[in-house]
Design a protein around this ligand. Structure first.
Ligand code: KIV
Length: 279
């Protein structure tokens, strides 16, 4: 496996070869190292940062500086994965100039390879101006958490013909505007399959069934680290929280009992030096 940074072309080639793409979120240096070592192709510095790391209820409070701060750590921790940073709420919806300036700031300051924006028709001009400036863009349709309030909550999107048609049309618009990949969240698998077949860019699903070109999940969800509500589409692959809790409890117990630190974890000095100090 080459250790060079993957490119948009590599990801598009994977779709052509029908090789599934894996994407996982990361927000810090050690997680990025882990994901890179494991061979994940796509790392998303998601604004789910707000929920799983910063303790907010939604992603709305996450700022551009938050994303840049965490994006930098993820880029430093990874060598091979393609790193995409989420553009947070209101950093791309106001107008295209604003969107391009903020996307540029993310790329310049973090060294990430691309940005992700939520929405379709409403933000397509922003996507066009960012991609025309040479910045790779990932779209995000279906359940878009930054507009969950308007969508009526965290619900499956596209079960009815009007919304399903809009998601299909928006996906084509995003591809035409230059997006090189698309995240589809919480949509019926049949719709995700049709979109994945229709688009030439890789479609990465989350709660969108198995026919997408790749899958994404939030790191804290798959590792069993997040204690909040777990959506139906999340599969837990490890119980890292209980492993960590045991480690912390063992440490507390050894300190309380005077078992830590032992000789192995302590430094020593000669009797003469000690005597000189105590004189
Ligand atoms: O912020 C995030 O983690 C995301 C994924 C859920 C796709 O956008």
């Amino acid at each position: 496996m080459s250790s060079e940074r993957l490119t948009t072309l590599d990801l598009k080639e994977m779709k052509k070869r029908k090789e599934k793409i894996t994407m996982v979120t990361a927000y810090d240096y050690p997680t990025a190292q882990l994901l890179d070592e494991a061979g994940v192709e796509f790392i998303l510095v998601g604004d789910s940062l707000g929920n799983v790391v910063l303790g907010y209820d939604t992603t709305i409070a996450v700022t551009l500086n938050d994303m840049i701060h965490h994006g930098k750590a993820v880029v430093r921790g990874s060598k091979r994965a393609f790193v995409v940073v989420d553009m947070p709420f209101l950093t791309y919806q106001v107008n295209s100039e604003d969107a391009l300036r903020n996307a540029g700031k993310i790329i310049q300051e973090t060294g990430a390879q691309g940005v992700k924006l939520e929405g379709g028709l409403e933000i397509v001009e922003a996507v066009r101006s960012i991609t025309q400036a040479g910045i790779p863009v990932v779209g995000h349709l279906g359940l878009t958490p930054q507009s969950a309030g308007q969508l009526g909550g965290f619900k499956v999107q596209g079960k009815d013909p009007t919304v399903a048609k809009k998601i299909m049309e928006d996906s084509l618009l995003l591809e035409e505007a230059g997006a090189f990949s698309l995240v589809l969240e919480c949509v019926p698998w049949q719709l995700a399959k049709a979109i994945s077949e229709r688009l030439s860019i890789p479609v990465i699903g989350i709660g969108a069934g198995k026919f997408c070109d790749g899958q994404v999940l939030v790191f804290h969800d798959i590792m069993g680290l997040y204690t909040g509500k777990r959506p139906k589409f999340v599969k837990q692959y490890a119980q890292a929280r209980s492993v960590m809790l045991k480690g912390i409890n063992d440490y507390i117990s050894e300190v309380k009992q005077g078992l830590f630190p032992d000789e192995k974890h302590s430094f020593t000095m000669s009797e003469e030096v000690l005597a000189a100090v105590l004189e």
